[in-house]
Structure formats: C-alpha cells, structure tokens
Design a protein around this ligand. Structure first.
Ligand code: HAM
Length: 419
C-alpha cells in the first residue's frame, strides 16, 4: 500500500481510497476495545457555541485565543469544535445523562479543528478518539482511561512510547502552588519570555510548559507541584500510581507536565512517542472535576483522554505496521460479447446477496483490458463468460494468484467462493 504523504491542503487532509481501509481498521479496533471496556459511543455536532468552548477550555488558553475557527450566524456565535471534552460535558448536562445512573463511560471518534500552523502530525482538521468518564472521582476511573489508551497502542503494536504522569492538584493545592511559583519567578520576571510574562499573574503554571529558551533555566529549578498537594490530592495521586503499578503500566512522573486546557484538576497524563518528531504527543488527558459545574451541571467529578489518530497512523508508518489487509475482491466477471455482458449484469446481484464481493468492467472493454482490470482490483478470481460458457452452463473460474483454471457450474462457483 502506498505511503500516506500527509500533504495538507490549507492544513487539511483528504483521506483517499488507498488510505481509508486503515482508518476503518483503526476505528474498528477502537469500537471493539470500547465494547470490551463497556464504554458507550457519543456523537455530538461538529459546531458548538463559542461560549461553551471559552468557558470550558479556558479564555486564556492558546486554543481559545489563537486556534478556534469561529463565526457568527444571526445572533449566535459558533466554533468548529477544537476538542470534545467540553462538548461531551455539555451533552451530559443538557440531556441529564446522570439520571441514567452510575458513572457515564462515553467514547468518541471524530474530526476536530484548530487553526494551528500545519506541519507533519499537525493539521487544522484532525481526528481524535477519546473517552470521558463522568461521575466518578475514584482513581480507578483515571486508571481505566489510561489502560484503554495504552490498550489501543499495544494492540496495534506501537510500543515505543513514554507515559508521563502528574497531578496538577485540586483548586486549593493549586492556589498555594501558584503563589509559591510566582514568588520563585518574581525576582527574574524581566528575564522571562514575553509569553511567560503574560501568563505570570493568571496562569503561572503554563510557564512550566514554555518552550522559549530564555525560560528554561527558571523552569529547571522551579518548585514542583507534588510538594504542594493537599492530603486529598496527594492520596488520589498515590492511588492512581498504585493501580497503574498493579497493572504493570509503566510511567514517569513529570512534575512539569501541565496540559493546555484550563479544566484539568488532579491527574494529568500524556503519551509521547519518539517516532513522531516534533509533534510527539500521541495522546493526552486527565481529570476535570470542576468542568461539569462550570458548564451548568451539578458538581460531578470526571476524567478522560483523547488521542490523535493521524499521529497514531504516522507512528504505524514509521514502524511499518499494516493496519489493514491489502484491498481485494472475490471475483471479477470478464464478459466476452453482448449476450455475456447482459447475463453478467443480471447475475451480479446474486453473488453479492451471497456475501461474495463481485464486480464487472463498466466500460465494455476487450478481454485483455478486463483481465488487466481484474488484476488491478486484486481479484482472487476472474469468472470468464462467453457464448460457449452460456450454452454449456460451465464457466471458467480463473484463480488469479495461482493462474489455475477450473470449469464449474454457476452454483458450484457460488458455493466455492462462499467457502
Ligand atoms: P489535547 O492534548 O489537546 O487534549 O489533544 C489530544 C491529542 O490530539 C494530542 O495528543 C494529539 O495527538 C492530537 N492533536 C491535537 N492537536 C492536533 C493537531 N492540530 N493535529 C493533529 N493532532 C492533534 C484534548 O483535546 C483533550 N480534550 C483531551 C481530554 C479528554 N482531556 C480530558 N478528556
């Protein structure tokens, strides 16, 4: 199968016929694993109201300030969804899903939109699969999310990655940590990058995520959040680590891991791969215990993750992992003459009704051209139909891979292809 080029048109990618089988194979894996974990699928609209994303993701985040595709229609402001956590929480609140009882274990697959600078592994329309567990603050919910995420990569055969884990604390822990961080950075405020200076007051933790060279020295020696977690947050984090250990899931605690959305509380995690180059995050997620309330629901703890599907497919290419079998069809009907062609037109549906994939030439070409087409379509068999075959009721079935031929009745052919 040809390699995907990931050349983008305005930062967007067409998934062409040679590519779509592996997308479908990946989607099938996600649906199968979701069923095993007992997650239920949710599909929400591509557009959301701007206000939801601003409130949910955070006014000062890069996503909201720089990356949303926003537009107005009448009195309403819309965005193309940049992520699905806030929309899923909106749906949870709007449709009173809490009334179904228990924690809602929801998963999704679909396109997201962010106006980022396009490059390999970063598009303006990209696809995520992910899940959200809404209604549990038990650390097992965090670990089940991480387990699901790992299971997908493991099943596909992508093993070369690092799971980074942190706790960004609850609001109380975070407030005390932010003060400590500000006090630590304040003497060097003028030496920080411009971007970090703008984050200093409202969101100093994002400075830890800075890639600017002038910030690195200060980040390296910064106080770490784990020293400022209150008892609840520390205990929660310890249990997340314990359950991961029990499942043999390896991770590194990275005290500098702060994620790009404002909704995170306590657990935060990211899966990175050296096979991806500069856009090395395969997936990321964490807990967001305050978001449901922020969006208008009752206080409801929640946790989830999302993974970039293009990045997963890039990793597959780098590792030479074939997700889909080579495309093929069972039988290509080769017709010699008008009468044969009409007979084939009539019989084709019978093959398909018997779950046999079958097709014919749509152009009325020569036998040689039809055989060539059968080859191009990677047919297992060619069924050759001419006047003699119609008269005798015995047809030539040619095995295209072994170049062997048999003469069989149509019933025998159907039985053979079905088996
Ligand atoms: P995120 O880290 O922004 O998290 O995105 C998750 C994954 O989507 C990234 O790790 C990356 O693989 C992929 N991704 C993000 N932006 C792009 C892009 N421009 N092009 C290609 N791939 C991209 C979230 O979206 C959160 N909603 C995750 C979450 C769910 N947290 C809790 N629940």
């Amino acid at each position: 199968m040809p390699k995907a080029t990931y050349t983008t048109h305005l930062g967007m990618v067409d998934i062409l016929p040679d590519e779509s089988p592996k997308w479908r194979a990946l989607e099938n894996i996600i649906h199968e694993e979701a069923a095993r974990f007992n997650f239920e699928e949710i599909r929400t609209p591509i557009m959301e109201q701007t206000e939801l994303i601003k409130r949910g993701v955070g006014q000062l985040t890069d996503i909201v300030t720089k990356e949303i595709f926003a537009f107005t229609k009448g009195d309403s402001n819309y965005v193309l969804r940049p992520e699905l956590t806030a929309p899923v929480v909106r749906a949870f609140v709007q449709h009173h899903l809490a009334q179904r009882g228990g924690a809602q274990k929801l998963y999704y697959i679909g396109p997201m939109f962010r106006a980022e600078r396009p490059q390999k592994g970063r598009q303006r329309q990209f696809h995520q699969f992910g899940l959200e567990v809404i209604g549990s603050d038990d650390p097992i919910a965090d670990v089940e999310c991480i387990s699901f995420m790992m299971r997908i990569y493991q099943r596909i055969g992508i093993k070369n990655f690092t799971l980074k884990l942190n706790s960004v604390g609850d609001p109380e822990s975070r407030e005390s940590y932010k003060n400590v961080l500000r006090e630590y950075l304040r003497p060097n405020f003028d030496k920080l990058s411009e971007l970090s200076q703008t984050r200093f007051e409202k969101n100093p933790m994002r400075i830890l995520d800075s890639k600017e060279p002038e910030d690195q020295e200060f980040i390296k020696n910064a106080p770490v959040i784990s020293d400022y977690l209150n008892e609840d947050s520390a205990e929660h984090f310890a249990l997340v680590r314990k359950y991961l250990d029990m499942r043999g899931i390896e991770y590194v605690v990275d005290p500098l891991l702060v994620r790009g959305m404002d909704y995170y509380t306590r657990t935060a995690f990211e899966l990175t791969s050296p096979d991806l180059g500069s856009q090395d995050a395969l997936a990321g997620g964490g807990r967001y215990d305050l978001l449901v309330e922020e969006v208008g629901g009752l206080p409801t703890p929640a946790v989830g993750f999302a993974a970039g599907m293009e990045r997963l497919l890039i990793a597959c290419e780098e590792l030479d992992i074939q997700l889909a079998d080579e495309k093929s069809i069972d039988v290509f009907m080769v017709c010699l003459g008008d009468e044969a062609r009409e007979w084939v037109i009539e019989i084709l549906p019978t093959f398909r009704e018997q779950s046999i994939s079958a097709t014919m030439d749509y152009k009325g070409r020569s036998m040689k051209a039809q055989m060539k087409e059968a080859n191009r379509q990677n047919a297992q068999y060619a069924l050759i139909v001419g006047d003699n075959e119609l008269a005798s009721g015995k047809f030539v079935l040619r095995n295209m891979h072994e170049s062997a031929e048999e003469q069989l009745s149509i019933d025998e052919i159907i039985a053979k292809l079905k088996s």
